[in-house]
Design a protein around this ligand. Structure first.
Ligand SMILES: [Zn+2]
Length: 412
């Protein structure tokens, strides 16, 4: 039976969201957490964007060292041959790419404005796939942007052309969140049947259906005889109303009526990391987790009304579908209410040694020189993040100072 894989796009769609962003070290931590969770692929950034170069190269280095393994690191670029050339010039070790081009009448008419026609879309995409193949890309996904407003016949032509040139997956982008579970199921099933390659499903929440559409699309791909790849973001952070939430998608796939046990994940996912990754993304993006967020919201396991509380006390299954412990929740959290010594971009050695020696981190240095070297990196990391570093960031800098230096190097 065909399977469902997750490709998380927080480090691409998440960071291109208006008013939000992540430091390169925060992006790296997200790749590490996704890897620990067992996510198949992280769309880790933009290979043609210069300020990403050092970050992307350092993360590929971490992959080679086995730190970011087995997760796949995939880049997102426009589906034009020139962008593929730039990609391999700047990031020669990249192996996984998604190539994106608009396919709808609306975009061809009103975005390209006569510059290219439908047949040119096919030609440009095919040339880009050829170029990526020639450079040795191991997996190539081809993205139909605004696919939900594109006619099925043209989508099939687009998919077949991509397949003919060696693409491994077709990404169906419901760029505007226009689909509903019924329409996306039918379209994706038809694409799977008629194109005959795995289908990737990229959904947005403009009508509040990103998660529902993602699992309906995945069902369509599998019922059509192909593997499904679902795009997610942590806490659903993404352009406008956001993307399909990573945790909600996994919960829907593994706990919902008719899906649980019926449809299979391509690789095991460790749900116990869900709490930590959601908390980190919330801190890094500076976006609070909504109180009613599935699984990780403050109210996700809270009960107040008499009938519910009574039912819960008798048997949690009365009013909970799954247990908070499965998601890594339940540990008490310490919040400092008195004196605090914090690392910062203008911090000094004694404060830094104090922070690193605290029992939650407990890192001591071999000598003063090593401590100063790590402090310098932590100061740069603070410049980029503009907020206190979390323990895992400090630990990362200590463990991988060379990669940290690269990640923190921005040279315009
Ligand atoms: Zn998107």
């Amino acid at each position: 039976m065909n399977k469902i894989y997750i490709i998380d796009v927080t480090n691409r769609d998440g960071v291109q969201t208006a008013k939000l962003g992540l430091s390169k070290l925060e992006k790296t931590l997200i790749n590490i957490y996704l890897n620990e969770m067992g996510i198949f692929q992280s769309e880790f950034g933009f290979p043609t964007t210069r300020h990403e170069t050092n970050y992307l190269m350092a993360n590929l280095e971490l992959a080679e060292m086995g730190v970011l393994e087995p997760i796949r690191l995939g880049g997102w670029i426009r589906a034009i041959a020139q962008d593929v050339e730039t990609t391999f010039k700047l990031i020669p070790t990249i192996r996984h790419l998604n190539l994106s081009i608009s396919t709808s009448e609306q975009m061809i008419k009103s975005k390209f404005q006569g510059r290219i026609a439908r047949d040119d879309v096919l030609k440009e995409m095919a040339e880009a796939v050829d170029a990526a193949k020639a450079h040795g890309a191991e997996s190539i996904g081809v993205n139909a942007e605004d696919a939900s407003r594109t006619g099925l016949n043209f989508l099939v032509r687009f998919g077949l052309k991509a397949k003919e040139h060696g693409a491994y997956r077709l990404r169906y982008c419901d760029t505007l969140g226009y689909d509903n579970p019924f329409t996306i199921y039918e379209t994706i099933k038809a694409l799977a049947e008629n194109v005959g390659i795995p289908i990737e499903i990229h959904c947005h929440g403009d009508l509040g259906m990103a998660v529902a559409n993602s699992i309906a699309g995945a069902k369509g791909a599998i019922d059509g005889g192909q593997d499904a790849y679902i795009n997610t973001t942590i806490n659903g952070i993404g352009e406008r109303a956001g993307n399909a939430d990573l945790l909600a998608v996994i919960l829907a796939l593994t706990k919902s009526k008719g899906f649980a046990g019926e449809y299979k994940l391509g690789n095991p996912i460790d749900l116990s990391k869900a709490w930590r990754i959601a908390k980190f993304a919330s801190y890094a993006f500076k976006v609070p987790i909504p109180i009613n967020q599935p699984g990780v919201g403050a109210n996700a396991f809270a009960h107040a009304s008499g009938i519910h509380a009574d039912g819960m006390l008798k048997d949690p299954h009365n009013y909970e579908l799954y247990n908070y412990k499965e998601l890594g929740r339940g540990e008490p959290e310490q919040v400092e209410t008195g004196r605090e010594i914090i690392t910062g971009e203008y911090g000094g050695i004694s404060g830094f040694r104090h922070v690193m020696g605290k029992k939650e981190i407990s890192i001591s240095f071999a000598n003063a020189e090593e401590a100063r070297k790590i402090l310098e990196l932590a100061r740069y990391a603070n410049v980029e993040a503009q907020k206190p570093l979390v323990e895992d960031e400090l630990r990362f800098i200590v463990r991988y100072p060379e990669q940290a230096r690269k990640i923190l190097s921005l040279t315009p």
